[in-house]
Design a protein around this ligand. Structure first.
Ligand SMILES: Nc1ncnc2c1ncn2[C@@H]1O[C@H](COP(=O)(O)OP(=O)(O)OP(=O)(O)O)[C@@H](O)[C@H]1O
Ligand SMILES: [Mg+2]
Length: 363
């Protein structure tokens, strides 16, 4: 177990800024996930911690000691890659024993440790198989066993589940989390799959453009995104333009009829975010009867798609802004003809507001 601290970290490839001023703190034993779109710098950050890349500036410490002068193999970190990276010509046993042999550990001890770790990843029965005789998920567990058998202080994983089919990914993510908890190993995990990040992590760290956007518990990232990018990347969101009248803001889409106090006066243009799952669709309700705790947005239905347990409703406001709602299937809504009138209703407390500028900070 070990803590990882990163401060002022920068990484340039020529004149491409892949990481700019990264500051993160990963407490001992934490499952810490880097989440962000393609090209945001996740792999670069992980490889810089592992020692495969030299940083351009900044400091990385493990348990308070700087590691930048250490070559990769002396950093006491292990990395699991997206593409399994098991040796195809070695059996499961020899793949897992590889790192232990390099450390000149006695053979009897290697056998014991390999068997123990293969039990942890539930591959005890497969010790003598070759990699081509294993499924993708089993190969990835060999990769994990190989990384953890050397008891690294920090485990780094770069999209280890992304080559697996959807079902196996869900099974294996629960298993990875169990193994990480049992071992108590500090883990930095990379994914661009927000559901995976929310399901597995103690801390989700959202990145974009080489910058940390927010690092917080999954529920906080979801419920209180710190800026517009996080609100749109984690969970789907609808955004509506808001007319800001000295702190008393009006949702323009509703023909100026819906007013909403903002938590603070942002002194500039604002957008309102509402999550599809927070919208309930009313077919024949008089909007004037709504309580003050809700807003109701008149819309024209454009499409209702029934996807089993859920339905997705696409509509436009009177201003022509597109909105999407998601909810439990309701036959009254599914039966709505195209262009019919309905109301999208949201609890005011579920609305979020962001500045309508480049940073898009939460208001
Ligand atoms: N060797 C390199 N030389 C130049 N630019 C690079 C190099 N490696 C990465 N980059 C650039 O640095 C940025 C970050 O890349 P990185 O691989 O860290 O992204 P990522 O978040 O892991 O993306 P993905 O989800 O697609 O794996 C990208 O703009 C990428 O084009
Ligand atoms: Mg990557």
């Amino acid at each position: 177990m070990a803590s990882v601290e990163i401060s002022g970290l920068r990484k340039l490839y020529g004149d491409v800024v892949a990481l700019s001023d990264i500051n993160i703190s990963v407490p001992s034993g934490t499952f810490f996930t880097l989440l962000g779109p393609s090209g945001c710098g996740k792999t670069t950050l992980l490889r810089t911690i592992a020692g495969f890349h030299q940083q351009s500036a900044g400091l990385i410490t493990i348990d308070g000691s700087s590691i930048e002068h250490l070559p990769a193999h002396q950093r006491d970190v292990a990395m699991v890659f997206q593409d399994y990276a098991v040796f195809p010509h070695l059996s499961v046993r020899d793949n897992v024993a590889f790192g232990l042999k390099q450390r000149r550990i006695p053979a009897i001890e290697i056998t014991r440790q390999v068997e123990e770790v293969l039990e942890v990843v539930e591959l005890g029965k497969f010790v003598d198989r070759m990699p081509h005789e294993l499924s993708g998920g089993q190969q990835q567990r060999v990769g994990l066993a190989r990384a953890i058998v050397v008891r690294p202080k920090v485990l780094l994983m770069d999209e280890p589940l992304s080559n697996l089919d959807a079902r196996l990914r869900v099974d294996l993510r629960a298993e990875l989390r169990r193994i990480q908890r049992d071992l108590g190993i500090t883990t930095i995990y990379v994914t661009h799959d927000q559901e995976e990040a929310l399901a597995m992590s103690d801390v989700v760290c959202v990145m974009e453009g080489g910058i940390i956007q927010q690092a917080a518990a999954p529920i906080d990232v979801y419920l209180r995104p710190s800026n517009r990018f996080v609100a749109s990347f984690v969970g789907a969101n609808n955004f509506l333009k808001v007319e800001n009248l000295k702190g008393e803001s009006v949702l323009k889409c509703c023909g100026g009829s819906v007013s909403q106090h903002l938590p603070a006066d942002p002194a500039g243009p604002v957008v309102c975010a509402l999550r599809p799952e927070d919208i309930s669709v009313k077919v024949d309700e008089d909007p004037s009867s709504f309580l003050n705790t809700k807003i109701s947005i008149p819309v024209q239905i454009k499409e209702v798609s029934f996807v089993g347990r859920e339905m997705e409703i696409f509509a436009t406001t009177d201003n022509g802004e597109a909105l999407k709602a998601v909810g439990r299937s309701d036959s009254n809504v599914i039966a709505l003809p195209i262009d019919s009138r309905a109301w999208f209703c949201v609890e005011r407390e579920n609305l979020s507001f962001f500045k309508d500028n480049e940073l898009g900070e939460r208001v």
